[in-house]
Design a protein around this ligand. Structure first.
Ligand SMILES: [Zn+2]
Length: 313
């Protein structure tokens, strides 16, 4: 089930439409990669609506920098485009957060299924309380011999998502999809890409719909989330984190304005043929492509990520 049943807005593919909707609503198209190649001919004028240049700067290459389909004629205009994108990301309400609520507690769910008894649940909760923590599932497995497979099935029911397998997992081939930092911080594992359009994203115990939505907007692929059995997830996650990822730069900024300046500098320096900005929880993720890409999958050596974190002094 995609993104826990959240409906995607059905939007036209044009970047112009995306810009018109930039007033806060999240919008993207799954039909076309946002980072796909676009002809330079489309960018005959600066994309900054407040550009004061008034005429074409013929001496500036028009192959870049291009942010979300718009070419900017000067560093000042690049910064203005970044500010607009950044504001949109900061103001966007997170409808997916709502899905975190009203989740049936795991223990109750397992009891309803007849997989554990009320006494077993009480004991596990008691042990959890006495120990001052630990996941309930771990306590159920330890105290009552509940199998990992059953726990994974229960998690799948709790999150209304499929249980995903790790067959033919090729970590190296998937590193260009999501930066290592996010896989590490949010416990996610890209599993495979089907037909070049659907990305299966696995989690060990809790889904992260915010990350899934961000990856969907960034890659243009549909993201299907699921839980993976913990015994399989751990080693595969470690292998993945040890693989080679696209170049990434981390930025800590004291304010939104400082972050916009830093992103603009990165765009001016890299001059990407395509770039996009999305928010992932407290991070802002700018992805740049240094050359036109054929398919939906980003090419690691042509991909530069900049991840910004605000509020750190
Ligand atoms: Zn301009």
């Amino acid at each position: 089930m995609p993104l826990l049943g959240m409906r995607r807005p059905d939007l036209p593919a044009s970047e112009a439409a995306l810009r018109q909707r930039a007033g806060g609503e999240r919008s993207w198209t799954a039909q076309e990669s946002p980072l796909a190649d676009r002809r330079a001919g489309l960018f005959e004028t600066c994309a900054n609506p407040h550009c004061s240049t008034g005429w074409l700067r013929l001496w500036r290459s028009r192959s870049g920098p291009i942010l979300e389909g718009g070419w900017s004629c000067s560093p000042g205009c690049t910064e203005e485009l970044v500010r607009t994108a950044l504001r949109r990301e900061m103001e966007a309400r997170g409808p997916v957060r709502e899905t975190h609520r009203h989740r049936v507690p795991l223990g109750l769910l397992m009891m309803e299924q007849g997989w554990i008894t009320a006494a077993q649940l009480r004991q596990a909760l008691e042990a959890q309380r006495t120990a001052g923590g630990g996941r309930l599932g771990q306590w159920l497995m330890r105290l009552h011999g509940i199998s990992e497979e059953l726990m994974t099935r229960a998690l799948g029911l709790q999150w209304s998502c499929p249980v995903l397998g790790l067959e033919y997992h090729d970590a190296e081939a998937l590193t260009a999809l999501v930066p290592r930092l996010f896989l590490d911080a949010y416990g996610a594992l890209p599993l495979r890409v089907a037909a070049g359009r659907v990305l299966y994203l696995g989690f060990a115990d809790r889904l992260d719909p915010v990350l899934a939505l961000a990856v969907e907007r960034m890659t243009g692929m549909r993201v299907e989330c699921g839980v993976v059995c913990g015994a399989q997830f751990g080693p595969a996650h470690q292998r993945m984190l040890a693989a080679r990822f696209p170049h990434v730069e981390l930025i800590e900024a004291a304010s939104e304005a400082a972050l916009a300046r830093a992103f603009a500098r990165a765009l001016e320096k890299t001059r990407p043929v395509a770039a996009r900005l999305v928010r992932v929880h407290d991070c802002l993720w700018l992805r740049m492509s240094t050359r036109a890409q054929g398919g939906m999958l980003a090419e690691p050596d042509a991909t530069r990520d900049v991840i910004g974190l605000m509020g750190i002094r």
